[in-house]
Design a protein around this ligand. Sequence first.
Ligand SMILES: Cc1ncc(COP(=O)(O)O)c(C=O)c1O
Length: 410
Amino acid sequence: MQLPVYMDHAATTPCDPRVVEAMLPYFTEHFGNPGSRNHAFGWKAEEAVDTARQQVADLLGADRKEIVFTSGATESNNIAIKGAAYMYANAPAGSTKRGHIISSPIEHKAVLDPVKRLEKEGFDVTLIDPRQDGITTAEMVKDAMRDDTILVSIMWANNEIGTINEIPEIGKLCHERGVLFHTDATQWAGKMPVDVIADGVDLLSMSGHKIYGPKGVGALYVRRRKPRVRLHALTDGGGQERNFRSGTLNVTGIVGLGKACEIAKAEMDADRERLLALRQKLEARVTKELDVVQINGHAEKRLPHLTNISFGFVEGEGLMMACKDVAMSSGSACTSASLEPSYVLKGLGVGDELAHSSLRLSFGRWTTEEEVDFATDYIINGVKKLRELSPLYDMHNEGIDITKIEWAAH
Ligand SMILES: Cc1ncc(COP(=O)(O)O)c(C=O)c1O
């Protein structure tokens, strides 16, 4: 076993060697521009892009004409959210009544920031606070809807806690109300089944590097029927990708994304079962062998390969330092000046201290039981050691209610 063990697949995944193999000829031998319609080099590249488009569409239950290649989920989200808002605005730029958009405060920044920009530009925004278990329900979306709602953007599964939102129900609601529905499925698509028709999704974002494909490539699904979604183009140029995304296509990346989708479709069921068993084993041991721990998010409605655990009476940075042999994410985000507690955990009502001392572990296709056992032992021992140094933990064990202590100010 190689150290550190990699337990951060929600951040990024290694490329599957089968993906790399599929990509290689497109760097050198078949280097043509799919936009070159006059010669065989262009045709070969176009053929490869067509194949990849079909592979992505097959993963999502879509038609290949509905797939737009992008540079990743961030760009897909921007094109979907801003493109839809500008196209379906009720009033022109400059007006303060441009339309209402619904999203959630625990979305990824790649959704939140475009939504916030739109708010500055005159759109009304409602961010629905999730339930304490991290879930946004269709009922909550229904309550937030207004006559002037033009777009709902709710992620399929959360990247920090893995909770799964009521996507088919929200899709159905949006369709009944004639409101467009976008979902950021970056953590979901390729891991769990998607059927854009049955799930009522109009716009869906996904990314290559979360599903064992390359970085810097992603896709946006744009529904073409019932309703036919139109988007205002954000980039002007050569008019590629039906004018939704101008720019010469990243053929190698697209070939890799297509292959990654094909493999994901074939293998996701087996991966899911195996990784769920590993996660359950880790969580069972951590909660049995340590006290004052909390698994964040809904108990069952969570991604099978991801867990987010808060450990009381340990200090966040100390915890990461104590666990250097396991590559994972913490509940703190580094901003330029300070270490901020995760806004996702805070959004669930987790206190700052506990948010800082949280760990996200996410397993992947090649994670072994041996690695998970190692990480489990390692974290349990790390937490125990840190607690040996914690006077607060001693006081807690003596039955003192720490919240009631009045600390002297100096
Ligand atoms: C939910 C979610 N949305 C969007 C992104 C951004 O994806 P990309 O790196 O492909 O731009 C990520 C990646 O961290 C994510 O987890």
